[in-house]
Design a protein around this ligand. Structure first.
Ligand code: SAM
Length: 218
């Protein structure tokens, strides 16, 4: 195998420096957002690549639109793009104005909604039901049952009948209560434990429960 040319070496070094700079900018902006609103951000650092891999493991590029709730600095967004997802297939939801502005700049081809996730139905045509899956980065443990229910109702309204929501949490149990899930005809299951994240996290999948009456329509 031939050794890289000087041009290739310079290009690679520039690329490495660019991605280190982006990483640093992301972390600085995240810490600033956390300092302003610790409960609303709900994490001290952006998620790791290992958590991004686990939370998007069941999603396939090209399968359709993916909704991302609480995109932050775009840790999951960038991972999905690296995996070959079409940026035009991503619908990003982020309520923090500074984080939303950076997402808009970084991912100009994706749809960016700067809204509270629980108001999705007021800003997105959920009747299209064109979302195949949802990746949720919201700090659900800092939100109450009413917000959980509103967010899940709007999200499942926007998804295809077989659509599922993947969330992460720093606890060992699903942050959405069994009562809330039952009332909406939903069910949850643990799909991964990710040690390589600070702090370590669990990933849960929420989907429509089979044969439920009185829950969200399919
Ligand atoms: C724990 S951070 C996760 C960020 C990113 N997904 C990651 O994993 O690094 C939670 C993000 O959700 C956003 N957020 C919190 N509550 C929200 C809400 N009701 N609607 C939309 N975004 C919200 C915060 O501003 C923050 O960017």
């Amino acid at each position: 195998m031939s050794s890289p040319s000087a041009h290739e070496t310079v290009a690679k070094t520039t690329q490495d420096t660019d991605s280190r700079l982006k990483w640093l900018q992301d972390h600085i902006q995240f810490v600033q957002a956390f300092a302003k609103n610790p409960l609303g951000i709900g994490a001290i650092l952006p998620s790791s690549r290992a958590l991004a891999a686990a939370i998007t493991a069941h999603l396939q590029p090209g399968a359709g639109k993916v909704l991302e709730l609480g995109s932050g600095t775009g840790a999951f967004t960038q991972y999905m793009l690296d995996r070959g997802f079409d940026p035009a297939d991503l619908v990003l939801v982020e309520q923090d104005p500074a984080l939303a502005a950076r997402l808009r700049h970084r991912f100009p081809q994706s749809t960016l909604l700067q809204i509270p996730a629980q108001t999705l139905h007021l800003h997105y045509d959920t009747a299209q039901r064109d979302i195949v899956a949802t990746v949720c980065g919201l700090p659900l443990r800092n939100m109450n049952h009413t917000i959980h229910a509103q967010m899940l109702e709007a999200t499942f309204e926007a998804m295809r009948p077989d659509g599922a929501l993947y969330l992460f949490t720093y606890g060992l149990t699903c942050p959405v209560s069994a009562d809330t899930l039952n009332a909406l005809g939903l069910t949850s299951r643990l799909t991964a434990f990710v040690a390589k994240n600070l702090p370590p996290a669990c990933v849960f999948c929420i989907s429509r429960a089979p044969d439920t009456a009185g829950g969200l329509g399919t």
